[in-house]
Ligand binder design. Structure first.
Ligand code: URA
Length: 320
């Protein structure tokens, strides 16, 4: 069965309903800054590292705001006659009107390839890297970013030899070569990012970059008091130790509970295996947040284009 499509190429299947009493929302945290103990290249450039409180009440590292620490004058040619005026590119990228972009430049809030630019005559190429207030602006209009709500019983592949419904069925009409960022089990629903931006996709799913993913799991209750501590401290799985970044009980009723699990791990079935290991197998699982992106009220089988602001925040979360 092929899901029906809307004109923008997104699917309109709408299979699977919302989760009863689901209260989707997530931890309200962004991803972590830069790679965890990894190469500093991704986070280089004087990023801040403010502590931030997540919904679970635990203190987490925040999305960094990329604050230029020292103003460098351009030592590269930014007057390429074939280039495009910086304010025009910024406006085309949705940063604001040309006037607003000119003011941002004059105020020293725009960097090109790591250099603060204050001059309005600057012309650049779209392949140069631009940050406004430390947040990367995607100038390449061929790059696309979507939040998809994967329904239950859809496999996370772009095609399937066995004819099972897969992500490819939902984007068949699009001409750009989209791929999914990471995977969700067939019996997990929720937020799956789709993009054609390979570097960002790689960083978002690689645990080294520490981008947090938030899940709501329904489990059998009651939840023992020390379950959060156990999960935070780590449990032994068959492929090594694993831990969560945060855990909280969202709702507890006789016999069942809804818990929020936040982690930067990407191993297969990780949430199910973690909750199994502490004696509370998952009954149902929904991913509600990846880094700064919330599932929100996107219905199962539907996708929405990320805003410029969300894309900028994703870049920051991935240390770009
Ligand atoms: N962890 C799981 O167990 N399943 C998923 O689909 C995602 C994370």
């Amino acid at each position: 069965m092929t899901p029906p499509r809307s004109r923008d190429g997104s699917a309109g299947a709408g299979r699977g309903g919302g989760r009863p009493g689901g209260g989707r929302g997530g931890a309200g945290q962004g991803g972590r800054p830069g790679p965890r103990g990894g190469p500093t290249g991704a986070g280089a450039g004087g990023r801040g590292d403010r502590p931030q409180r997540g919904s679970s009440g635990t203190t987490k590292k925040s999305q960094p705001t990329r604050v230029p620490q020292e103003r460098k004058e351009p030592d590269v040619d930014m007057h390429d006659p074939d280039g495009i005026r910086l304010q025009k590119l910024l406006a085309a990228a949705g940063v604001g009107s040309r006037r607003v972009c000119e003011n941002l430049i004059s105020a020293g809030r725009v960097e090109v390839d790591g250099h603060t630019v204050r001059e309005l005559g600057v012309r650049i190429r779209p392949d140069q890297t631009v940050h406004v207030d430390g947040v990367k602006v995607q100038l390449d209009e061929t790059r696309v970013y979507f939040a998809f709500n994967k329904p239950l019983n859809v496999v996370t592949t772009m095609s399937d030899e066995l004819g099972r419904i897969n992500i490819g069925d939902y984007v068949k009409d699009r001409t750009d070569r989209l791929f999914h960022v990471g995977r969700l089990d067939s019996d997990t629903e929720g937020l799956l990012l789709l993009t054609n931006d390979g570097e960002l996709a790689h960083r978002l799913q690689h645990p080294q970059y520490g981008v947090l993913k938030t899940y709501l799991a329904q489990i059998r209750g009651p939840v023992p008091r020390d379950m959060g501590r156990q999960l935070r401290e780590g449990v032994q799985l068959e492929d090594g130790p694993a831990s969560v970044d945060s855990f909280r009980v969202v709702d507890s009723q006789p016999g069942k509970a809804l818990v929020e699990v936040v982690l930067h791990e990407g191993r297969k079935h990780i949430v199910r295996r973690l909750l199994d290991a502490v004696g509370h197998p998952v009954i149902s699982l929904v991913r509600v947040q990846v880094g700064p992106i919330h599932l929100g009220d996107t219905k199962p089988g539907k996708m929405r284009k990320l805003t410029k602001d969300e894309v900028g925040k994703l870049y920051t979360a991935a240390g770009l």
